[in-house]
Design a protein around this ligand. Structure first.
Ligand code: SF4
Length: 222
């Protein structure tokens, strides 16, 4: 019963390849301000901000980095203080011991292997301690070197609800999205889904009645 309902809903909205163009365009109109919400002024600050953003809000990260980036300006600065001091400085972002350890490890690798600068290739970024594919994709895209599609919790949820993937694993979801989203849209697409997820299609209560994608979405409740 439930399965035939899903099949019927998918038939109603049509194939994803035909829907993806209108989905991107409508979201771009709806969320013209959909850009990264983290504050940073350099590639090192970008990397640290994204590393701190795991399991917390961008608002909290920005609150912490306002002071943090006054104190730590270059990768060497993160290595010049005791680990406990860095832990204290990032503590409000949660899981602070792991984050401080990873940031120190990443900064050490920047100094020792990259002349203090942040690499641009995904394969090199993911070698940095604590940097997974999602973080690497964000850092590369924000520097104009998009090589993949960022899949965070919002992108995963909305891609599934919109019938763009049946996968649950972020790496497989990214592959599904790469097959249908135009490469020129790889950078902005996740931001559009993230902002739509925050404003309209929340995890617990999607506001389908206010959603510009309702007629394109197999999960629509209206
Ligand atoms: S129609 Fe509903 S479930 Fe589908 S994207 Fe919009 S808010 Fe989310």
């Amino acid at each position: 019963m439930a399965r035939s309902y899903v099949r019927e809903a998918r038939r109603r909205v049509g194939p994803k390849r035909a829907r993806i163009g209108p989905i991107v365009e409508r979201l771009a109109t709806e969320h013209p301000d959909a850009v990264i919400a983290l504050s940073f002024r350099s590639e090192v600050e970008l990397l640290v901000s994204v590393m701190l953003s795991a399991q917390t809000t961008d608002v909290m990260v920005n609150r912490v980095t306002t002071g943090l980036f006054q104190k730590y300006r270059r990768p060497e600065d993160y290595l010049a203080v005791p680990l406990e001091e860095l832990e204290r400085d990032v503590r409000p972002t949660g899981t602070y011991r792991q984050k401080a350890k990873n940031i120190r490890g990443a900064m050490r690798m920047l100094v020792e292997e990259h002349d203090g600068s942040v690499p641009i290739r995904i394969e090199e970024l993911v070698r940095l301690p604590g940097v997974g594919r999602k973080t690497a994709n964000v850092v590369a895209a924000e520097r104009g070197a998009t090589q993949g599609i960022v899949v965070d919790t919002h992108v995963r949820r909305l891609s599934q609800r919109l019938g763009l993937t049946r996968e649950d694993d972020p790496a497989k979801i990214e592959q599904d999205l790469q097959r249908i989203v135009r490469k020129a849209d790889w950078a902005r697409f996740p931001h559009l889904l993230i902002w739509h997820g925050r404003r309209i299609c929340g995890a617990r209560s999607p506001h389908c009645e206010d959603c510009v994608l309702a007629d394109l979405c197999p999960s629509s409740r209206v």
